[in-house]
Design a protein around this ligand. Structure first.
Ligand SMILES: [Ca+2]
Length: 447
């Protein structure tokens, strides 16, 4: 019997930062912009450019020789088209923690926002869908994740499950005057892919409503209705775009129908919560935000990080310093960006971008800023925009790197007379091809 462990073949490139001693994994990038991805048979994801705002805790990014070093690695069977990359430096009082309003699906009408949390509150009680007390699991961000649900036949799909939180009594004591609650939910998600989504949508046992990710119910927020039942307040609460991210969910106290202040986060996606906390009536803390473009950026071949999963509910964590240079994926037809300096491609969202092949890494260096003022601390945000394509034979144009996306394309894949607006960019930068012979030779040579 041969057992092959399931691991993602596509989902997103990885972001690593230099923490003073080594490169550490922060999270996934460009997660929500999968070109040609299908949510179900015949249901395509939007193909617009996507914006990513990824929080990097201050202790995970320290300067090295006057620069902040960030690594963006493409380790799955996919191609990122990274158009713009910036490091945002947020200085703030040391006693607040910084979050953003980023979530999946993004709300195009909602501008990017920071959130801060000063007095973090732990729910009074937490139970899972089987009635187990799970407060200890979700009370701290400690890499101890809440599982306890059955996985279904397809990656990313779980049995319907929920986390029930008792936030306390908003009619009494120090919570008695509360008007606005902000829930901060941190965790990781195992994504579905096109082939899985298409299969689920054609499988009557699992198919969900059309247009819903892989037939699964994305997280919804319910509140106790005071009559022993539950009311859905937010059918799409939003979820994180990968590993170890936080979703901020605003909730007005007056939205509770009764004095029962319990909420449920219900989903059938494969989501593992690490920490759930909330704040009450906090306004955005004083802060400064500076945006840095890369002082240098180099595209090069690197290989594949060793992957570790410490427990069945933990995310897969990549070890940057344990790398296998052998190719892991079959090359895909099409041209990628030539290796070498590429900083000029990353300064603007202009449809002139860096196309990476599997095994490539982008080394980004940003000039260090002076230390924050006394009593303040620093948090970083990696801002990136562009597109991503999984090489999935069930996806649209999922068998090749082209056609090359651009702002304003009317569909994907597009066809003549639509064409990329910068043919010279395509000629000058996209002139590297992975060839099949080299792939097989490399595999052979490694034995
Ligand atoms: Ca660009």
């Amino acid at each position: 019997l041969l057992v092959e462990n399931q691991r993602p073949k596509g989902s997103c490139p990885y972001l690593f930062t230099w923490d003073g001693e080594r490169f550490v994994l922060i999270t996934d990038c460009l997660w929500s912009s999968a070109l040609g991805m299908k949510l179900a048979h015949g249901v395509e994801m939007p193909f617009d450019r996507q914006h990513n705002y990824l929080v990097i805790p201050g202790d995970k990014l320290k300067p090295k020789n006057g620069r902040y070093e960030v690594r963006f690695t493409n380790e799955l069977w996919e191609a990122p088209y990274l158009d713009q990359a910036e490091l945002w430096v947020v200085d703030h009082p040391a006693d607040v923690e910084v979050f953003t309003n980023a979530r999946i699906p993004p709300d195009a009408k909602e501008p990017f926002r920071l959130h801060t949390a000063k007095q973090k509150r732990v729910p009074k009680a937490a139970r899972d869908h089987r009635g187990r007390d799970v407060l200890d699991v979700i009370a701290h961000r400690d890499g101890h994740y809440l599982g306890g649900f059955r996985r279904q036949r397809y990656v990313g799909l779980a049995e319907p499950h929920y986390l029930e939180l008792d936030l306390g009594d908003f009619s009494l004591g120090d919570l008695g005057k509360a008007k606005q609650v902000m829930l901060f939910l941190t965790g990781w998600i195992w994504p579905t892919d096109t082939s899985g989504n298409v299969a689920i949508s054609q499988d009557p046992r699992f198919a969900g409503p059309t247009g819903v990710v892989g037939g699964a119910q994305p997280p919804a927020l319910l509140v106790a209705d005071g009559k022993g039942g539950w009311t859905t307040l937010l059918p799409m609460m939003g979820f994180m775009s990968g590993k170890m991210q936080t979703v901020a969910v605003p909730l007005a106290v007056e939205q509770f129908p009764s004095k029962d202040y319990r909420v449920r986060i219900a989903t059938s996606m494969e989501i593992y919560w690490d920490e759930v906390m909330f704040t009450v009536d906090e306004s955005l803390a004083e802060h400064t935000l500076k945006k840095l473009s890369a002082a240098a950026a180099e595209l090069r071949y690197r290989g594949y990080s060793r992957i570790q999963q410490v427990s069945p509910t933990s995310p897969f964590v990549h070890d940057y310093h344990d790398v296998d240079p052998r190719p892991a994926w079959l090359p895909v037809p099409g041209r990628c960006t030539r290796h070498g300096p590429v900083a000029e491609l990353l300064t603007a969202a202009d449809s002139q971008y860096v196309v990476m092949s599997p095994g490539d890494e982008l080394a980004l260096s940003f000039n260090e800023l002076p230390l924050p003022r006394p009593g303040w601390a620093r948090t970083f945000i990696f801002y990136g925009n562009g597109w991503l394509k999984d090489f999935d034979m069930n996806g649209s144009a999922g068998e090749a790197i082209g056609p090359y996306p651009f702002d304003g394309m009317k569909r994907y894949p597009y066809a003549a007379p639509e064409s990329h607006p910068y043919p010279q960019f395509l000629r000058d930068y996209l002139n590297r091809e992975d060839d099949l012979d080299r792939f097989w030779n490399r595999l052979g040579a490694s034995k």
